[in-house]
Write a protein that binds this ligand. Sequence first.
Ligand code: NBP
Length: 487
Amino acid sequence: MTDTRTTPASAPANIGVVGLAVMGSNLARNLASRDGNTVAIYNRSPERTDALIAAHPEAGFVAAHSLEQFAAALQRPRTAIIMVQAGNATDAVIDQLCEVFEPGDIIVDGGNALYTDTIRREAAVRARGLHFVGAGISGGEEGALNGPAIMPGGPAESYRTLGPILESIAARAPEDGEPCVAHIGTDGAGHFVKMVHNGIEYADMQLIGEAYDLLRHVGGLEPAQIAEVFAEWNRGDLESYLIEITSEVLRHTDAETGKPFIDVVVDRAGMKGTGTWTVQTALSLAVPVSGIGEAVFARGVSGRAAQRAAVRPTITNPPQPVAVDESFVEQVRLALYASKVIAYAQGFDLILEGAREYGWEIDPGVVAKVWRAGCIIRARFLNRIAEAYGRNPQLSSLLADPYFAAEVAKGADAWRHVVSTAALSGVPAPAFSASLAYYDSLAADRLPAALIQAQRDFFGAHTYGRVDRDGTFHTNWSGDRTEQQLN
Ligand code: NBP
């Protein structure tokens, strides 16, 4: 390692930021705006560093034009947050920082890393005697500047140094002013939870999209009227950032054409990959996250313009919207709320399964509290989730909690009506339907899995259990069909 030793007193900064594109510069400004923080900044291209210093003299940044200067500017244990492009750039910067930092120093990756990369990086950095913290940071550019939700993983010990700094910049929950940051668990736990956060965000957005589509194409409401419906919903149980911005978007008129803005936007949703990671991870851990899965697939369908154009003319008997009355709006609200409960129930199942798989001690109630402000899925609803896990930390599903069980049961008739109306009307509602099917599957006395297992035994001698006694059984399907008990 390069000798960059400074006496703690001579180093001016208590925190550093590497990578000064939009996220890093906003995070650096946020850090600098809090009492007690002096922020050292470094970017590979020095122009960005100089531009940030020039644009924000009030921040009192300590500029570094080399990583040696950067290390020299930091008090020990040095603490640096990396905000560079996820992937190879992050690996390169970690390596370079390890060269100029010393044992005990803390490297934080605040980018959108895949949790398995974070696990690998944490082990490699630990082997060099330094601490590595993968921290999920949610809230986009605005959150980075004014207060994000932060999900740090890594060693609990590093949170003692890092915690107060992160708490100083995190969003604060409106209910109790608690900072939306907590040590989530070791190594990749923070990025895992951030990944699931994004998966839930996909589901939340898809469900809201389906609600809008149904209100418009079955309910017959115009975008401006639907904007009012969402504004009203935002005063109740569904109160959330995503419902609020949906109302704003639907109220907006395109300046050029005078049409509702929503009608001039191409119906093709992009994605950067965290939803896909969530579903891939869930598949590998055998956790059903069908609401999130349908949301990711729905974006995929929206992007398949050529297939959509090829299939559309083949529909010779298009369904007609089913007639509904004014109670439909309330039915859609209840269906949206119930489906949202499913998306979160599945997301928390995935977090807890990830915790079991990787040996993380994740408190789901703490996760729900961290998401209450600063992030895209912030919602009043998260308080109910924190309460549910507070009542029973061993809760096997959010749907088993008395509050959520009652809420979903209360809306179940409406939910069924909305899903069947969508199907009869030909309005796609994949996340509403998949969520209802999941609920019915959990609630069923018997599942057709019995038949599947019998088929598996038939063609592959995969064996089965019996409902009436313990043991493993096989039927001699190709012979006399007698049953053998194998153990
Ligand atoms: P970008 O993801 O666009 O990355 C640009 C930064 O990476 C610049 O500072 C660039 O330096 C630096 N960089 C690259 Br590219 N390669 C490098 C290398 N080999 N060595 C050193 N530096 C390198 O920045 P961003 O949009 O601000 O995002 C930063 C992180 O935050 C990403 O991981 C991103 O996924 C995440 N993010 C999160 C959210 C959120 O809501 N949580 C939103 C947006 C982004 P240069 O100036 O010299 O080219």
